[in-house]
Design a protein around this ligand. Structure first.
Ligand code: MOS
Length: 753
């Protein structure tokens, strides 16, 4: 009979050797600081060549000429890869057999579909020779007019938004809700294109050995990347070995393997030598995904008591001319505010850009800044404090589905965040506060929410005769601290101290850890680790309780507890057995087991699962110059069990900074004539620097959610963006009395209003 095993059920702080919940520093932190962490582009296998992409300077048309001879003749150039000589692929790069498969530009023809699309690749002995060769190609084009922006083409209703969400959802009667309203808000907000600017650009070092492929490349989804490469090259996934131990940021752009990375593999095949490709910063503005621009109309009805009677959220977004990704911006209104009538809908246009894709809180961030601004406008129209209005209108059950969810935690976020910030001193009317230097001061609030998702993951656990443990899963650390958090979960799952556990992650040969996306990695791979640990402990317990030489013999019905490398009788702490002794007596060197992490469909059917938060921001505005500066931010977040508060705070700060950036900085400026991004570099594409980031505080609100998974883990990677963007925008209004509905808010918006 299987004994009752509860290796991690006891409250974390009570367990000896407990690791979950500890603010441990990053395991690889010292390596990173010393420059010894080896990122993809740091690899230089013997015989390696350098590749440089030549990319299109037009957004639509075809390449009519490339001076291949000139490039080839350049000293050091080994080969020029174009559509004429690019090795064949087993799959059509324009095929789309599932929603996670995106069409890639792999030199399949001479067509140009967006600016910065790959049109050739030069492979040379040195980076300099490859760069020079690429410049010598001097492409000529047949140019067609570029379709730019949200009015570039006829709009249509997409079949789905995000990955498989319905484009339209309704609950209740919007017309009736608006008719019953004492006050109405009808406002349109615009958000810009944003481009991925991870510190580490996409890079790959690819080496073939016959039909075996070895790759160093950053990936948020090793198994999916391996599957995609296997399909394109017609080789078994087992032939492909991907190493991705460190990522210099991902944020969604490394969730799926991109076209340029595949071109690096093709180049290595073409020349029969290892090849390295690193995208230049400006080459990131096209082939690796971006955040869709949006125009969002929000119509709200509010009755005489300040209660919402209708929320109608309609978003226009843009996808590429050749593929489908539709930013689910309006879906932000599904999950926060109660109303008898809610409708969300989308329309889309096609523009001559690369395909938009996941970018930190895709949909949620984009929709949230509009929704939170509109809610603020509603509060103001009713003469109500925006926090009081939110407290009145936040939903007790998930609005669109009617399922129960963790609204109590949200109330706690509002209360604790407001108290910490000092919100009660906020004057109701805007333009009332000034600091000692005469700057206008404004305070704003935004509500944060993000779904608590889980995908699928596997892990393998081993306990060895020397008492040590091993945990393996192909998990990804984009910098968020996943290795550290997973090692903590692994140690607890194995009932061992952290130093006794070897934790392996970051390569495709390990069990599939799923994708590090959707803020679901810690929950999903963490549960796989937890389950693998529990399974290996259960096997040890079986051995011990069935062995008459063990102090635990016959304890099967009572159960045992694992801690510190020993199993203890649950009812008698004086009787225990060490892992090493159990294995020794059984004549085993080690024992292993696997575990899986996945969502529980029954719990998901019964409950809506979200993390929640409330963000409070202070902005100071120069009344003469319109300069804006965020001077203070306090966020309070409830995201289930916090595995590592240090890593979680850091993640949340990153999200809050991105929210600040969304409201005030980021904007890819498109040239309407050429369809090119004018500011495709880190000098002109504004992201916050240290001086833009104020003292931030993130309060972690304790939340024990027993429904999301056995560990109670939700995600923290994306939620920080969602409340923060609106909080900053609303603070600008409170400082100035000017409501800017086009983001990012610019100085001229304040000076010309
Ligand atoms: Mo995230 S946009 O799911 O990496």
């Amino acid at each position: 009979m299987m004994p009752e095993i509860s290796p991690t059920q006891a409250p974390a702080h009570l367990r000896h050797g407990s690791n979950i919940g500890q603010p441990l520093t990053r395991r690889e932190g010292v390596l990173k600081v010393k420059g010894e962490a080896r990122y993809a582009a740091d690899n230089h296998p013997p015989g390696m060549l350098h590749a440089v992409l030549a990319v299109s300077s037009i957004a639509r048309g075809r390449v009519s000429f490339l001076d291949i001879a000139a490039a080839r003749a350049h000293p050091g150039v080994v080969e020029v890869m174009t559509s004429a000589n690019r090795p064949p692929l087993a799959d059509d790069p324009d095929a789309k057999t599932n929603p996670f498969m995106f069409r890639l530009d792999l030199l399949q023809n001479d067509q140009v579909r967006y600016a910065n699309q790959s049109i050739a690749m030069v492979i040379a002995e040195t980076l300099e020779a490859a760069s020079e060769g690429a410049a010598l190609l001097a492409p000529r084009y047949e140019v067609l007019p570029a379709r730019v922006g949200l009015d570039s083409s006829e709009s249509f209703v997409p079949a789905a938004v995000g990955v498989g969400n319905p484009s339209e959802m309704r609950r209740g009667d919007i017309a009736a809700g608006l008719a019953a309203a004492a006050k109405q808000i009808d406002a349109t907000y615009e958000t810009p294109m944003q481009y991925h600017n991870a510190m580490e650009p996409h890079a790959i070092v690819a080496a073939w050995d016959g039909d075996t492929l070895s790759i160093d490349t950053p990936s948020q989804g090793l198994a999916m990347a391996r599957g995609r490469i296997a399909g394109l090259f017609g080789i078994p996934p087992a032939n492909i070995h991907i190493r991705s131990p460190y990522l210099g940021g991902g944020f969604g752009s490394k969730g799926l393997i991109s076209g340029p990375q595949i071109l690096g593999i093709l180049a290595a095949r073409l020349v029969g030598r290892p090849v390295k490709l690193v995208l230049r910063r400006e080459q990131m503005y096209g082939p690796v995904g971006h955040r869709s621009p949006s125009r969002q109309r929000l119509r709200l009805g509010i009755d005489g008591d300040g209660m919402l009677t209708a929320i109608d959220h309609h978003a226009r977004i843009a996808s590429s001319s050749f593929d489908d990704f539709f930013e689910p911006a309006a879906d932000a209104s599904h999950t926060l505010y109660a109303s008898p009538a809610i409708a969300t809908s989308h329309e889309a246009v096609r523009a001559d850009t690369g395909t938009p894709l996941f970018m930190r809180a895709p949909g949620e961030a984009t929709g949230s800044i509009a929704l939170e601004s509109a809610i603020d406008e509603a509060a103001s129209a009713c003469g109500m404090d925006p926090l009081a209005f939110r407290l009145k209108n936040y939903a007790e059950v998930e609005p669109i589905s009617g399922k129960p969810f963790s609204s109590k935690a949200l109330r706690e976020c509002y209360a604790q965040g407001a108290a910490r910030f000092g919100w009660s001193k906020r004057p109701l009317a805007p333009r009332q506060m000034r600091d000692e230097a005469g700057l206008l001061v404004g305070w704003g609030i935004g509500t944060a929410t993000f779904p608590a998702l889980m995908f699928q993951a596997e892990a393998r656990a081993v306990v060895r005769r020397d008492g040590s443990g091993l945990m393996e899963t192909g998990a990804h650390d984009m910098g968020q601290g996943a290795w550290t958090a997973f090692a903590q979960i692994a140690a607890d799952g194995l009932g061992l101290d952290l130093e006794q556990v070897e934790f392996k992650a970051g390569t495709s040969d390990l069990p599939d850890a799923g994708i590090a996306g959707g803020s679901a990695h810690t929950a999903t791979a963490g549960m796989a680790i937890h389950e693998a640990g529990a399974a290996v402990i259960a096997r040890l317990a079986d051995l011990a309780t069935g062995d008459e030489r063990s102090p635990l013999f016959g304890a099967g019905n009572t159960g045992v507890v694992a801690r510190g490398g020993r199993l203890f009788r649950r009812d008698d702490d004086s009787r225990s057995d060490s892992y090493g002794d159990i294995l020794k007596r059984a004549g085993l060197d080690e024992i292993e087991a696997r575990g899986k992490g996945a969502a529980d469909p029954a719990a998901q059917a019964a409950y809506a699962m979200h993390a929640h938060g409330a963000v409070f921001a202070e902005v100071k505005v120069d009344p003469d110059l319109g300069q804006m500066r965020v001077t203070r931010m306090v966020g309070a977040f409830a995201a289930g069990r916090i595995v590592n508060p240090r890593m979680v705070r850091s993640q949340i700060f990153g999200g809050m900074i991105w929210g600040l950036s969304f409201a005030l900085h980021e904007h890819a400026v498109m040239d309407r004539r050429s369809g090119r991004t004018l500011n495709a570099n880190l000098a002109d594409y504004h992201v916050p620097v240290n001086a833009d980031v104020p003292d931030m505080e993130a309060l972690l609100i304790e939340e024990q959610d027993r429904h999301v998974n056995a560990l109670g883990i939700k995600g923290v990677g994306e939620i920080g963006v969602t409340g923060s963007a609106g909080a900053v925008a609303n603070a600008v209004w409170h400082a100035t009395g000017i409501r800017v509905r086009r983001f990012p808010i610019r100085i001229d918006d304040l000076l010309t209003a």
